[in-house]
Design a protein around this ligand. Structure first.
Ligand SMILES: [Zn+2]
Length: 119
């Protein structure tokens, strides 16, 4: 179990994961701006335990993906990706006891050339 907290602490979530093994960044229009290192679990393994009402939803383009951030401190907490809304991507920098700068092997996802945008 890992605990995720936004910067101000209004939003908290519990993630049912033992170790963070796969981390990624993404070059799509929103992720390149956020710059967060992310990991991913199934929706049932991610539970917002505090501050649900503080979370703000942001959507753009196809409006399938759901990007959440704390409306007080502005920090990105988690999202449901367009390719798989049954998964929750989350901000590794928000996890207690994890230093996101310690990961050496970071996958770069090519969200700029999104598979669902290809005709
Ligand atoms: Zn906050």
């Amino acid at each position: 179990m890992k605990i995720l907290k936004c910067h101000c602490g209004e939003v908290e979530a519990e993630i049912n994961i033992k170790n963070i093994e796969q981390v990624m960044r993404c070059n799509c229009s929103i992720c390149k701006r956020k710059g967060a290192i992310m990991s991913i679990v199934k929706n049932e393994d991610f539970k917002v335990t505090k501050g649900k009402s503080k979370l703000k939803l942001y959507q753009f383009h196809s409006k399938v993906a759901k990007h959440y951030f704390c409306s007080d401190c502005g920090i990105y907490t988690h999202h449901h990706p367009r390719v798989n809304p049954a998964m929750t991507g989350f901000n590794v920098g928000c996890l207690e006891g994890i230093d996101p700068f310690e990961f050496k092997d970071i996958t770069i996802k090519d969200g700029k050339n999104h598979p669902l945008d290809k005709k």
